[in-house]
Design a protein around this ligand. Structure first.
Ligand code: ASP
Length: 324
């Protein structure tokens, strides 16, 4: 056989072997990377999804936290991981906001990933330490405006949902305050509970139990309609911040070039997860709405991501916030 024909044969054999491997996918556990600290809202969603997806996949889906301020390390790690289906990423609206917020982002959400699908939508809550001196939103507004030089706001770094919510809130009330970044809102919540920071805006998946047990004060939800699991909490919109709305969606991604056979199995497992009544109930109890299976697809995620980038980019540019 001449060298050229030999090379072609070897290439064909290698392609057949990798396609056969992808057909058998998964033969070992899968790692799901989380961009924020363990015990926080993204981690909570990840653990429910990982456990449920493991059933149809017949393998354990291991949740691996890769926390960083702004959540930019995990997407970069997944971008550079082997594209074999065994490393996937869960992320939220940060995939749509970081391109406008970071001048030097080392991943491109639109070109560096294969999409698996959308998971759920989660509202946020404006909360403060239990002894914050304001009993309702009206008093809260008056207090933070009068004390803007000493009140501080905890978030999970530039690009986090808590950063986005805080940035929009400060711009809506035309008052800037000091922000304190963490590698996730789990550690931020610890400091809020300890009284070291004053207030934050965080997903109901992290705040529901603290609100229900009275360990934090709550001043409103960020959805336009009240959240069914927290019906007594008014929206910020109804309390005068007209059209104030921040909704956090979660989705799953794989590195670009993941074999189609592996991707199809991941999509099928996500489909089973969003149809699972137990998953839907666990999310609903935490104020989150699970998307229907028509959204748990690569095409729906791609369209949603593009639309969200188009929605947030001008708002962020207008606010003039950048990280390097
Ligand atoms: N809630 C965080 C955020 O601000 C993320 C997290 O800790 O899961 O995006």
């Amino acid at each position: 056989m001449n060298p050229f024909a030999l090379r072609l044969t070897l290439l064909a054999l290698a392609a057949a072997a990798s396609s056969a491997l992808a057909q058998q996918f998964p033969t070992k556990s899968i790692n799901m990377l989380v961009p924020y600290a363990a015990g926080g809202p993204t981690d909570t969603v990840a653990r429910v999804v990982a456990q449920s997806m493991g059933k149809p996949l017949g393998q354990t889906v291991i949740v691996e936290n890769k926390p960083s301020a702004g959540g930019i390390l995990a997407p970069e790690t997944v971008k550079n991981a082997k594209a074999d289906g065994y490393t996937i990423l869960i992320h939220h609206v940060g995939m749509a906001t970081t391109p406008a917020l970071y001048r030097q982002l080392r991943f491109n959400p639109l070109t560096d990933f294969d999409y698996i699908g959308l998971i759920n939508d989660v509202p946020m809550t404006l909360i403060a330490r239990a002894n914050f001196p304001a009993k309702d939103f009206k008093e809260f507004l008056a207090y933070v405006k009068a004390n803007k030089d000493k009140v501080n706001y905890a978030n999970a770094g530039i690009g986090a949902a808590s950063h986005l919510c805080g940035m929009l809130f400060m711009s809506a009330i035309q008052t800037d305050m000091q922000t304190i970044p963490y590698k996730g809102t789990a550690p931020a919540m610890n400091d809020l509970l300890g009284g070291q920071v004053d207030f934050m805006c965080d997903q109901t998946t992290n705040t529901t139990s603290q609100i229900k047990s009275g360990k934090v004060k709550v001043y409103g939800v960020t959805s336009l309609k009240r959240v069914p699991s927290l019906p007594e909490i008014p929206t910020l919109h109804e309390q005068g911040l007209k059209n104030f709305e921040v909704g956090i969606w979660h989705a799953l991604y794989a590195p670009k070039g993941t074999p189609k056979a592996a991707l199809d199995k991941l999509v099928a497992a996500l489909q089973a997860t969003v149809k699972d009544d137990d998953v839907k109930k666990r999310f609903a109890d935490l104020g989150a709405t699970t998307y229907g299976p028509e959204k748990a697809t690569p095409a729906a995620l791609q369209a949603h991501l593009k639309a969200e980038i188009a929605k947030w980019t001008p708002l962020i540019k207008k606010a003039g916030v950048y990280a390097d």
